[in-house]
Design a protein around this ligand. Sequence first.
Ligand code: GCO
Ligand code: MG
Length: 416
Amino acid sequence: MANSDTAPQGSVRDRRIVAAQVIVTCPGRNFVTLKVETGAGVVGLGDATLNGRELAVAAYLEHHVVPNLIGRDAGRIEDLWQFLYKGAYWRRGPVTMTAIAAVDVALWDILGKMAGLPLYQLLGGRSRDGVLVYGHASGRDIEEASADVGRFISLGYRAVRAQCGVPGLAKPYGVTRQKNAYEPAESELPLETEWSTPPYLDLVPRLFERLRSDHGRQIELLHDAHHRLTPIEAARLARDLEPYRLFWLEDATPAENPEGFELIRRHSVTPLAVGEVFNAIWDCRALLERQLIDYIRTTIVHGGGITHLRRIADLAALHRARTGFHGATDLSPVTMGAALHFDTWVPNFGIQEYMQHSEQTLEVFPHDYVFRDGHLHCGESPGHGVGLDEKLAARFPYSPKQLPVARLTDGTMWDW
Ligand code: GCO
Ligand code: MG
């Protein structure tokens, strides 16, 4: 049954899955990749990286998913998705949904390669010429952050996220401490960072006032509050930011409680983005149906792959919300490649986050997407267009790293 409609074993059309392998590599940061191979020798790749919890997904794949894949028809993408989702009995959750996403993306990659078509073509074809992206600017103070926004503008970016150090707080979120781009997972045990809301609420409107005065009103500006505020604090920030016309304010308050977003909406028209920590349509449902957000951040790798993201994007479209996929460096180039094909097709596209990977990472994952004039362009090669140099990957073994935690100045655990 599972394999009844595939061609004879070993023929060029043999879609049976004959091998699936989990590859963990750390070219500067950890990535987990699933490689699936068919009887005809077609290979598909899926990203399975869950920052700080990489080996949990690797083990879930190795022990609980891969044995179920062998012998099945790689062309039955939908059925395999339903099998992995419903068949586990234990539904949803970041580990499970990331593992399902890895399989799903690998199978779409295989389908594209078998058809000789880029993934966006399989989804329904091109809806736009390029994908608008936003880069990550930051600074230890307003001065530095504004200079960094200027640097992104000079590189051609049309949208920039800006984060800034908060007076009196060491190790603020989103501000780079090395000369490289900001990378949150730096240490084997979580880095303890400090948080205090009042100086932050005082600073952020001043930051954006300065950015508008230095860079004008053309550039799109974004900000990530990273789940730190209570609903009423978030409402105040969203209202105070209105004069500076943000593209979005992200994760203004933890999203487990949709009522919090009702409170923000009551006070402000600043567009809101949420969902990078969601993993299923059920997490997105209340916020979308109650018209409480404008952009949905849930992306392919943590949201069950392309098959499930199509459903989330369609639900968002009903409420005139648009996609704004998470694209931090802890999502591998495989996710970026797949996301760019999805972004190229999806009718209700908003923006794509683009936090550039290091040179070392990009060497391990050869890819065909390119940045031009503030946009990323997916390539035309069959599938999602991202590969893995396994020899090079093997030179960078797994290195345990966790995300930081945040505490209030009196030591109370807070949301990081
Ligand atoms: C973003 C995110 C990231 C996350 C990271 C966690 O908007 O890019 O908030 O920086 O913190 O992806 O692993
Ligand atoms: Mg974020």
